[in-house]
Design a protein around this ligand. Structure first.
Ligand code: HEM
Length: 471
């Protein structure tokens, strides 16, 4: 027998200590609370967090000042939710592409109900994939190339309607145009004027109430919007029934939604179809209208660039016997400079400055913990305005797109499983509108206001008031 510090005793104690350390380390690895720390950043005041700071200034300044202070990943608390904001291409790819299954789409309940809970962008998994396939294929280049002449006639009548009526709100007019194109992509040329007007009227009421305070009190914008949303379902049901009776499903988006069957042979319900139609209109309208408004501003502000765009478009116009022959799909694929102007406008305006997801489990990214239930926001605008990826980022310079941007640094249409299926249509309608605009019309911006308004996407102040005339 030895003393209290015998060899055996030391061996046993060492073994026990090793086991304890192993056990604790294992526990630490298992427990994400202790595994990684939260990203740096401030959570602001109790309950309100930093919501006031975000909304009392240009939101882009809020994001950039945070990025300067904390780096590419930081936490905050806005609109009642703890958030992690991510401002690097790798982080955006992590959330939206490689680990997209760990982050679900998230929208306020009242907005989800207003658009329609079955709209694809609220979903993940099989239902989302089924719907996405249908929407993507009816908005693919192969499908939309058949819409060129229809889009052309909508563009011509929109432009004609702006002439001789004094100063117009460019953004409002662009909204009418993008709505009409949305209707073309959904219903082809099968929708009669009565239904078009009814859809427009009721959709307008829904839009007005969309951002208002959710309440059931009759007479409020929100309540009116809820009623108009119900009416939209009725209208769409009537359109669906009429197509079924005529046995004319059509090759447009409505036709593909009506023809679709899931793996059990189950068709979509009328409500699911209606929610997705309203969803597509919603996703298509303000986005396209605000980028079009920015393009008109950027071209107006740069006379040399406008001349170069005109020269490109004039050559096509002349080859079409001075516009007497219709524009072709192939010609729209050969508007090289105009296309770069669109890309640079998308970068410069970054109208979708960020998107939201919610972590479905505790996630670790670069040693930081993103707790389950927290919102995650990839900041597209910060990435698209980062001088490391776009030199002199505040300069409007379409020539920067002569070289392809680095991967995941240019995401105006998002990326991954929820990336925009309407991006080709958006670019096509913009190209067609610019072709007719610069060949046959002139415009002048009225006033010298250079501010930006958020509606909710950024647009030039007062929607860019402008006068149009025929050349
Ligand atoms: C310049 C115009 C547009 C821009 C900048 C834009 C941008 C985007 C972005 C960034 C997303 C992804 C959002 C996210 O990941 O959370 C998205 C999704 C979507 N966009 Fe667009 N969009 C435009 C036009 C359109 C058009 C014209 C349509 C349809 C006709 C459309 C239909 C959709 C739909 C249905 C989704 C949801 C996709 C899904 O969840 O799988 N968008 N858009």
């Amino acid at each position: 027998m030895g003393g209290i510090f015998s060899f055996d005793y030391i061996v046993v104690m060492t073994l026990l200590s090793c086991m304890l350390v192993f056990f604790l380390r294992k526990k630490r690895i298992r427990n994400p609370e202790q595994r990684a720390k939260l990203p740096p950043g401030s959570m602001g005041w109790p309950y309100i967090g930093e919501t006031l700071q975000l909304y009392s200034q240009n939101p882009n300044e809020f994001f950039s000042s945070k990025q300067k202070r904390y780096g590419e990943i930081f936490k905050t608390h806005i609109l009642g939710c703890p958030c992690v904001m991510l401002a690097s291409p790798e982080a955006a790819r992590f959330v939206l592409v490689t680990q997209a299954h760990l982050f679900k789409p998230t929208y306020p309940k009242s907005k989800e109900l207003m658009i329609g809970p079955s709209a694809l962008f609220f979903h993940q998994g099989d239902y989302h994939s089924q719907l996405r396939k249908l929407v993507k294929s009816s908005l693919s280049p192969d499908s939309i190339r058949n819409h060129v002449s229809h889009i052309e006639s909508v563009a011509i009548s929109a432009l004609d309607s702006w002439v001789g009526c004094g100063v117009i709100n460019t953004f409002h007019e662009m909204k009418k145009f993008s709505f009409d194109i949305g209707i073309v992509s959904i219903f082809g040329d099968q929708l009669n004027e009565y239904y078009k007007k009814e859809l427009k009227k009721n959709y307008g009421i829904v839009e007005k109430g969309y951002n208002s305070f959710p309440t059931k009190i009759p007479g409020t914008s929100y309540h009116k919007a809820v009623m108009a949303r119900k009416r939209l379902n009725e209208i769409l049901s009537e359109i669906i029934t009429a197509r079924k009776e005529k046995k004319l499903m059509g090759k447009d988006l409505l036709g593909s939604l009506m023809n679709s069957r899931d793996e059990n042979g189950q068709a979509l319900t009328d409500n699911q179809i209606a929610d997705n139609i309203i969803g597509v209109l919603f996703a298509a309208q303000d986005t396209t209208a605000s980028i079009l408004t920015w393009i008109l501003k950027f071209l107006h502000d740069d006379a040399k660039l406008l001349e170069a765009v005109k020269a490109e478009q004039k050559a096509i116009y002349e080859s079409n016997d001075n516009g007497t022959r219709p524009l072709t799909w192939t010609q729209t694929r050969n508007m090289v400079l105009t296309y770069k102007v669109i890309l640079e406008s998308l970068r410069m305006a970054s109208i979708i400055s960020f998107t939201f997801r919610e972590a479905v489990t505790d996630v670790e990214y670069k040693g930081f913990r993103i707790p389950k239930g927290w919102k995650v926001m990839p900041l597209f605008r910060n990435i698209q305005h980062n001088p490391d990826f776009f030199s002199d980022p505040q300069k409007f310079d379409p020539s920067r797109f002569e070289v392809a941007p680095k991967p995941n640094t240019f995401m105006p249409f998002g990326t991954g499983v929820h990336a925009c299926p309407g991006n080709e249509l958006a670019k096509l309608e913009i190209l067609i509108l610019i072709y007719h605009l610069v060949n046959k019309f002139r415009w002048e911006v009225v006033g010298s206001d250079t501010g930006i308004q958020y509606a909710p996407f950024p647009v030039p102040q007062h929607g860019l008031p402008a006068k149009f005339w025929k050349e």
